[in-house]
Ligand binder design. Structure first.
Ligand code: GUN
Ligand code: ZN
Length: 435
């Protein structure tokens, strides 16, 4: 079935920070997206594309909304939606006091199913069409999220958490059960529809040497699966890792288990040394920059400049529940401020690249999502430039595309998402714009 969507189009073809042949992005003020069987058939000026279009093809008009590829959330914990905005602690105490008790409640399958549905509907309401997601250590929590994502036809990567030490008993698995459960989940979900599996050791301190070797074995047996974990977020955490694994730096611990690879995504990377950044970049691994979380937990300031210098692929992670918003727009606002504290502004075009194609590249999914190139999945969003009185008021003096994008990332939020389209179908529509 062929369909068309009309509005202002913007998508990236490459990282705008890097020199390259041809433009880094395409911007079409009055554009058309032609979609067939859930994929992009063509994207370009409405004037040209409507000329050859059969009258039977329905055209959905989004007026002056901005159509961009769906946001990509490169690191988020769906069970922590239950305890987002919990007061007071920094990472290690926050885990003990808030995150672990919330995750323990996912022993209840019905609770896991309910939270999965709520979480995915919230992603769509915020314009996020793809995410790399931590479940809990209970295998059925990953089952619940995969099943809910499959029903919504979303492209999603998830994994059961591996953790067999240094955490409450109720959450601990073992090296043996981690292997068995991850393997069974992978057989059930990896490559099913638009889903992929991530082997997900929580972080080095909560997995024994034996369990980290199990993770290594799982990845050797399924080389196209993901590795998803946390790295170098907080000073006390880094000291703890040094005490637990003497003689290696934090990234070195992961290197010794074969985790430095393509399709490995390391969340945070706030306290990494230049040597670790160099090895991370050279290995083809990716980093998730989680600005809202890093500010909320007082973890530190991600160094976007250093990550780029070392060629690391970087996407944005909301890291709910340490992050305080599922909105990538809200997280770009925080990313801008983190960059300012590092002495540099974050250009809006770079920010929107990071939230779309950059995230897709970080997840090694840029052949499927992240742009409007023909054959890519038709996952996109319609963003309202004037979704609040303040945006409407302030927009009067915004002249260039960059001006307008900057307002959207600094002042926009879930209210800016007029519609979210997944595999060619409208999956969410803001109530005032409904049929
Ligand atoms: N490190 C290990 N587990 C977690 C978690 O749940 N959230 C964050 N932000 N960091 C972690
Ligand atoms: Zn996290």
């Amino acid at each position: 079935m062929r369909r068309a969507y009309r509005g202002e189009l913007l998508h990236f073809l490459r990282d705008p920070r890097k020199p390259g042949a041809g433009p880094a992005f395409e911007h079409v003020p009055d554009g058309l997206l032609l979609v067939e069987d859930g994929k992009i058939l063509a994207a370009g000026p409405a004037k040209t594309l409507t000329r050859g279009l059969s009258k039977s093809v329905p055209v959905r008009r989004f007026g002056d909304a901005l159509l961009i590829p769906g946001f990509v959330d490169c690191h988020v914990h769906f069970p922590q939606i239950d305890m987002i905005a919990s007061y007071g602690e920094q990472l290690l105490d926050w885990l003990t006091r808030h995150a672990y008790p919330a995750e323990a409640r996912f022993s209840d399958e019905a609770h896991a199913r309910k939270a999965s549905a709520f979480f995915l509907d919230e992603l769509l309401r915020n314009g996020t069409t793809t995410a790399l997601v931590f479940a809990t250590s209970h295998p059925h929590s990953a089952d619940a999220l995969f099943a809910a994502a499959h029903r919504r036809r979303m492209r999603l990567v998830c994994g059961k958490v591996l953790m067999d030490r240094n955490a409450p008993k109720a959450l601990l698995d073992t090296a043996r059960s981690a292997y068995r459960d991850s393997q069974a989940l992978m057989r059930r979900w990896h490559g099913k529809g638009r889903l992929s599996y991530a082997v997900t050791p929580r972080f080095a301190p909560t997995s024994s040497d034996c369990q980290l070797k199990v993770a290594q074995r799982l990845l050797e047996e399924a080389p196209d699966a993901y590795l998803h974990t946390h790295l170098s977020e907080n000073v006390r955490e880094v000291e703890w890792v040094r005490a637990l694994f003497p003689g290696r730096d934090y990234f070195g611990v992961y290197e010794s288990y074969g985790f430095a690879r393509r399709k490995a995504v390391f969340a945070h990377c706030v306290q990494l040394s230049a040597s670790e950044w160099g090895r991370l970049g050279a290995s083809g691994s990716s980093a998730a920059f989680c600005p809202s979380s890093n500010l909320f937990l007082g973890s530190g300031l991600f160094d976007l400049e250093l990550s780029a210098r070392h060629g690391a692929r970087v996407g944005i992670g909301t890291d709910i529940g340490a992050g305080t918003s599922l909105s990538l727009l809200r997280n770009l606002d925080e990313a801008y401020k983190v960059s300012q504290l590092r002495g540099r502004a974050l250009p809006p075009l770079v920010a929107f690249y990071l939230a779309t194609l950059g995230g897709a590249e970080a997840l090694d999914l840029d052949g499927s999502i992240g742009s409007f190139l023909p054959g890519r999945d038709a996952d996109f969003i319609a963003l309202d430039w004037k979704s609040t009185p303040l945006l409407r008021y302030r927009a009067r003096t915004a002249r260039t595309l960059e001006d307008r994008l900057f307002l959207l990332m600094m002042l926009g939020d879930d209210r800016s998402v007029r519609a979210t389209v997944v595999a060619g179908d409208v999956a969410h529509e803001a109530p005032s714009h409904g049929a």
